[in-house]
Design a protein around this ligand. Sequence first.
Ligand SMILES: NC(=O)c1ccc[n+]([C@@H]2O[C@H](COP(=O)([O-])OP(=O)(O)OC[C@H]3O[C@@H](n4cnc5c(N)ncnc54)[C@H](OP(=O)(O)O)[C@@H]3O)[C@@H](O)[C@H]2O)c1
Ligand SMILES: C[C@@H]1O[C@H](OP(=O)(O)OP(=O)(O)OC[C@H]2O[C@@H](n3cnc4c(=O)[nH]c(N)nc43)[C@H](O)[C@@H]2O)[C@@H](O)[C@H](O)[C@@H]1O
Length: 315
Amino acid sequence: MDKNTKIYVAGHRGMVGSAIWRNLKAKGYTNLIGKTSKELDLRNQAEVELFFRTEKPEVVIDAAARVGGILANNDYPYHFLMENLQIQNNLIDAAHQNKVQKFIFLGSSCIYPKHAPQPLKEEYLLTDTLEPTNEWYAIAKIAGVKACEAIRKQYGKDFVSLMPTNLYGPNDNFDLKTSHVLPAMIRKFHEAKENTNSNVKLWGSGTPMREFLHVDDLAEAVSFALENKLEDHLYNVGTGEDLTIKKLAETIQEIVGHKGEIKWDSSKPDGTPRKLMDVSKMNEQGWKAKIELKGGIEKTYQWFLDNEYREVIVK
Ligand SMILES: NC(=O)c1ccc[n+]([C@@H]2O[C@H](COP(=O)([O-])OP(=O)(O)OC[C@H]3O[C@@H](n4cnc5c(N)ncnc54)[C@H](OP(=O)(O)O)[C@@H]3O)[C@@H](O)[C@H]2O)c1
Ligand SMILES: C[C@@H]1O[C@H](OP(=O)(O)OP(=O)(O)OC[C@H]2O[C@@H](n3cnc4c(=O)[nH]c(N)nc43)[C@H](O)[C@@H]2O)[C@@H](O)[C@H](O)[C@@H]1O
């Protein structure tokens, strides 16, 4: 792809968007555009349409969304359904109406049925019911996948959907109510260590299993999808390996150096028992995850120690 192609990275300040921005800059792309949510509220269709008519991006990478962990999804169903429908539909339709040549949509592994066979294949989409704690977000994301598939089918445009597994890395959301498990554990173990190794309270039973991909690996997958015409409309993006939440806790506790006890709060939901993705389709295309989990968590903890961390709240 020509390095001065005009690429709009929606959500360029988020954990994923900022990793994509860094990756594209490092690859020599010189014509990137990004807008904060204050500059351009993607829920506002008229504002989005004006932006596309004015800026005329040639490529759109959608890393903008209302995002959060299991509790935020469960507590704010309307925000997670409606805001994500508004954001993605405005972006996808404005891109289509303004002759954008390539659109990369980011969904999530939660679009697959709660009890689908593991590892999850792309073809399992819509074959059974969803996990109740995040079905709202999942339905929005499924609609985005189908919108891109419909544009491919009806107009032959290169609109493609990548389904990342649980992501982590620098610039994540570390708010303890709305964040995902990995950044929450980093902050909880760190603060407890600093507080004479007090006990750490974690959610659920610790028995669910999760797959974790470093956000720089995802950014590489997005660049790969940008520079290659993928033959299908939907690709899982993950490491193909998972671990129990309990094992994750023990790993992070050791990395942080916390010496206290872990208490499990069974009043909090476990969510999907497992959502390991089959990543063979994307691997066959030529992309593979490189960052192994322990090293990735160590780098993320160092980032947490060296930087002001973000807290995303639901307004
Ligand atoms: N984190 C994960 O584990 C994970 C896993 C799978 C898929 N994903 C997907 O990856 C994408 C990004 O996730 P993330 O973890 O990077 O989330 P994040 O850190 O919360 O970033 C979300 C971004 O979206 C922007 N945004 C939200 N609402 C907006 C609005 N109304 N108007 C304009 N911009 C808005 C925010 O902009 P401002 O900063 O300017 O407010 C922010 O930059 C999402 O599509 C998510 O579904 C994430
Ligand atoms: C990728 C994301 O996956 C999300 O599901 P999901 O992995 O369960 O989201 P997480 O919030 O990462 O939770 C993963 C598992 O970690 C447990 N957990 C233990 N302690 C904590 C804690 O302190 N904070 C958090 N957040 N979890 C914790 C949680 O109960 C759950 O079983 C979806 O809700 C999103 O929509 C998105 O798809």
